[in-house]
Design a protein around this ligand. Structure first.
Ligand SMILES: Nc1nc2c(c(=O)[nH]1)N[C@H]1C(S)=C(S)[C@@H](COP(=O)(O)OP(=O)(O)OC[C@H]3O[C@@H](n4cnc5c(=O)[nH]c(N)nc54)[C@H](O)[C@@H]3O)O[C@H]1N2
Ligand SMILES: Nc1nc2c(c(=O)[nH]1)N[C@H]1C(S)=C(S)[C@@H](COP(=O)(O)OP(=O)(O)OC[C@H]3O[C@@H](n4cnc5c(=O)[nH]c(N)nc54)[C@H](O)[C@@H]3O)O[C@H]1N2
Ligand SMILES: [Mo]
Length: 777
């Protein structure tokens, strides 16, 4: 099929931050208006053929995996298994608009630097490799082989392989991720930071240390079997819209649902399912039976208070409340936890949570009544200073009544990027365990480095200090996504070379090293034809199900390479020159050209290296793929040092808000995917035509002497002398708890100090920034 290729980006004139419109927040999410709304731009730009080829193939067994989140597909899929935001993601990628060759000469970097993420993304798909030599202000088109030569020369000219870092964003397929980490480790470093460092890293540590695995202990079917689902720190109506269908199903089976969130998010309240008549014309389903409107960072206190009530109930009626058989056989630490919680300061709990005692009692009563409980969570829990400890409290609460490893119960982090979990399984981590490295060594006959690499925050520090000189990004937009924008921008500019493997332009292409390369790649919607025929890739969703994904539309340009092809060619170019070392020669001799020609060859290696992926090529071809083994879920096996699940004691702590200050969370609007801005509206929160807003409680407005609609400068306060500020933000009165404000990321990353990180996971504290408001000049 020949595609209509146009150089015309979207008209940007209707995006105007000076005319922000504010209406009432919505109380319901999704529904047919949402889906229809989302189809309009797709139909208009792609034409009906390309639209339907993508939208109808999304999440189908022979189609591609939607890249908008890691929510799983039900076994029985309707022909419409997609949501508004999935449709936006697909439309954004499958657009036939491309960046023309003339663009690069017309737009020097000094000009592109002032463009917004929205403008950059709207220029269209990248279709040719471009290079910005050191000292020049513009990119210019280069051939693929020139691009790989630049990378090989620069990497091989470094004093140590640890002077380079290789980032991964969670859209890379399992095949790309596996090939990438092999290349990086053969090159000689574990510097493999990834988006997960900024996302669910706290989850990985908390779950790993308590139950021996950093992944969800439930499967999709468990939602239908649960009788209580507690959703913490998550906005599914925008970020995991298909989850609402599972919640609706759970409710139909009698489950109760509790939402714990500072904001009354639309999807937590009512859901109109576009796939049912009730959703089309009816009132929809009321989702939450209880809404716990918690203060930012108050979850640890809430969870401890509920655990305490569970233990008190047991003390009042010994032998009837806790799951004694489970605790005795599978857990350690009960006595210490009991001791610790005896001294729980209830006043501290009320101060931290900001909720009334009856609200906590009600939640505890629901928990005690339920036989099968699922707790889900996302960024509201993970991006906190005490995130790891808080998630350990989630595990405590579940363990007390045996809610792990039985049907309809478990701990379920809801992951963000559609393959962020799979990338980890494939070895994208700066500190993969020795078993993985041993298997890699055995398979490829080389000595992978053992020294841990840098994560996201530490890689910024290393670039800032001149210790990392080359940055390679497999997807993503690190400059836009990580905290402390001014620091990361200066850090990246210090490097000798930055390389981005990308589908579309973003901030990481315009804030660069001295020299810079952009390598354009195919997206997941596109047909990936290689010498041996059409390829598929594989991905893992948030409940550990691994399945195939295959594009359905022609690539936007014949000049594009797949991610696997780019990585294979990069590996060949770089490793050939390093093959002096005998063990590197072994990896240089690996059939990289074969990897590119036929992804089955990569999967053969995966099946021998990655535990749980045995017979990968065969099992990935099963209808719907396969589910990875999971000790806690399948057999209540906990691979901790004791072989038991650990109840843990965590010291209660919450952030005191100094007088006259607010605690600010940074979150996503309905019109964005991370740093990708689809539009300037946040429909469910009632915001139109602008993103420069601060949501604030009406009492705080009065106390601080402001009015709704006032414009302010937002200064963050941290124990360093740096003034971090966002200028000219409109105050919007909003039902957020007192003392708790909110603004959109990525803009608000300016305010998040690099050194403000979660204890134990090094994740930026994006959900609790102390700020001061000043009237805008
Ligand atoms: N359409 C769309 N889908 C996406 C994404 C996207 O940007 N757009 N991003 C993807 C990615 S990578 C991820 S990680 C996920 C993110 O999914 P979410 O975690 O839902 O994303 P956020 O917008 O960060 O929302 C955080 C939620 O936590 C709440 N919260 C904040 N602080 C606290 C707290 O202290 N306690 C509690 N209990 N709640 C709190 C906020 O009010 C908000 O509802 O979504 C994925 N899916
Ligand atoms: N303040 C604050 N900061 C945050 C967060 C927050 O809540 N608050 N959330 C954090 C979280 S949860 C995450 S996951 C990170 C996200 O960090 P990243 O994953 O680095 O950022 P994205 O915005 O998802 O990356 C978008 C870019 O990926 C590229 N891309 C899209 N599809 C493909 C593809 O198929 N292949 C390739 N190679 N490239 C592709 C496009 O060029 C696009 O511009 O941000 C984190 N930063
Ligand atoms: Mo994420």
């Amino acid at each position: 099929m020949r595609l209509p290729v146009s150089a015309e980006p979207t008209n940007l004139s209707d995006l105007n931050d000076d005319n922000i419109e504010v209406t009432h927040p919505k109380s319901w999410a999704a529904g047919v208006p949402g889906v229809l709304h989302s189809m309009q731009p797709a139909l208009a730009k792609m034409g009906p053929g390309r639209s339907f080829k993508t939208l109808l193939a999304m999440n189908q067994k022979d189609g591609f995996d939607c890249m908008s989140c890691a929510w799983p597909d039900p076994a029985h899929r309707s022909s419409f298994e997609f949501c508004e935001n999935g449709a936006k993601a697909v439309t954004w990628e499958a657009t036939p608009v491309t960046v023309p060759t003339s663009f690069w000469a017309q737009h020097p970097l000094s000009e592109l630097e002032d463009k917004s993420e929205y403008w950059l993304g709207m220029q269209g798909r990248l279709v040719e490799p471009v290079y910005k030599p050191a000292g020049e202000d513009s990119y210019r088109p280069v051939s693929w082989s020139e691009a790989f030569d630049v990378i090989a020369q620069t990497l091989n000219g470094l004093d140590s392989p640890d002077e380079a870092a290789f980032y991964t964003s969670g859209r890379a397929s399992n095949e790309a991720a596996f090939a990438y980490q092999l290349f990086v480790r053969a090159f000689g470093t574990n510097n493999l930071p990834d988006c997960s460092n900024m996302c669910h890293e706290s989850t990985g540590w908390a779950m790993g240390q308590t139950i021996g695995i950093g992944k969800s202990t439930i499967s999709y079917e468990d939602f239908a079997l649960a009788d209580l689902i507690i959703m913490m720190g998550q906005n599914p109506g925008t970020n995991h819209p298909r989850m609402l269908t599972a919640l609706e199903g759970a409710k139909a089976n009698g489950a109760e649902i509790v939402a714990v969130n500072p904001l009354p998010e639309a999807g937590l309240r009512r859901y109109k399912n576009p796939q049912t008549m009730r959703g089309v014309i009816g009132h929809g389903t009321d989702i939450a039976d209880q809404f716990v409107q918690i203060r930012l960072g108050g979850d640890m206190a809430l969870l401890q208070a509920v655990c305490k009530r569970v233990l008190d109930a047991e003390a009042a009626n010994p032998g009837t409340v806790l799951d004694h058989a489970f605790l005795e056989q599978h857990c350690v630490g009960l006595e210490e936890l009991r001791q610790h919680l005896t001294g729980l300061d209830e006043r501290a709990v009320l101060a931290a949570t900001g909720v009334r005692v009856e609200v906590i009692d009600e939640l505890a009563a629901r928990y005690l009544k339920a036989q099968r409980v699922i707790i889900t969570w996302a960024m509201g829990l993970t991006q906190q200073k005490k995130a790891v400890a808080t998630i350990k409290e989630v595990i405590n609460l579940l363990l007390l009544r045996g809610n792990i490893g039985k049907p309809g119960a478990g701990a379920s982090p809801i992951r963000g990027h559609s393959n962020v979990q799979g990338d980890r399984t494939m070895g994208i981590w700066e500190q993969m365990p020795p078993q993985f490295l041993d298997a890699l060594a055995q398979e490829f006959h080389f000595n992978p480095p053992r020294k841990h690499g840098v994560d996201a925050v530490d890689s910024v520090r290393a670039m800032r200090d001149g210790a990392i000189k080359v940055w390679v990004g497999l997807g993503g937009n690190f400059v836009g996504a990580v905290s402390d924008t001014a620091v990361v921008e200066a850090a990246v500019r210090r490097t000798a070379l930055s390389v981005q493997i990308s589908t579309k332009l973003n901030r990481s292409h315009v804030v660069t090293g001295e020299a810079a390369l952009i390598l354009p790649t195919m997206g997941r919607t596109e047909i990936d034809r290689q010498i041996s025929g059409e390829q598929f890739v594989s991905v893992e969703d948030t409940v550990c199900a691994v399945h195939a994904s295959q594009g359905t539309v022609a690539p936007v340009s014949p000049n594009l390479l797949s991610e696997v092809a780019i990585i294979s060619r990069m590996a060949r170019a770089v490793l050939a020159d390093r093959a002096g070392a005998a063990d590197v020669a072994n990896v240089a001799r690996v059939d990289w050209a074969g990897f590119e020609a036929n992804y089955d060859l990569i999967r053969e290696h995966i099946s021998r290296v990655v535990s749980g992926c045995e017979n990968y090529n065969e099992r990935i071809r099963h209808d719907g793929g396969f589910v990875l083994a999971n000790g806690p879920r399948d057999s209540r096996t906990f691979s901790t040092p004791t072989g038991k699940a650990h109840l843990t004691v965590n010291q209660l702590e919450h952030i005191e808000i100094p007088p006259g200050r607010l605690l600010l969370q940074t979150l996503r609007s309905h019109d964005q995917f991370n740093t990708t801005i689809y539009g300037n509206d946040d429909r469910y929160r009632g915001i139109k035509k602008g993103r420069h807003v601060v949501f604030i409680n009406k009492h705080d407005l009065a106390t601080l002497g402001f009015a709704d609609g006032d414009f302010v400068d937002v200064h963050s306060e941290f124990n360093d002398q740096v003034d971090r500020v966002l200028r000219n933000y409109r105050l919007v009165v909003y039902p957020t708890p007192r003392g708790c404000a909110a603004a959109y990321f990525p803009e608000a990353n300016v305010l998040v100090p690099l050194d403000s990180v979660a204890e134990g996971s090094n994740t930026p504290v994006s959900k609790a920034v102390v700020v001061r408001l000043e009237r805008a000049a």
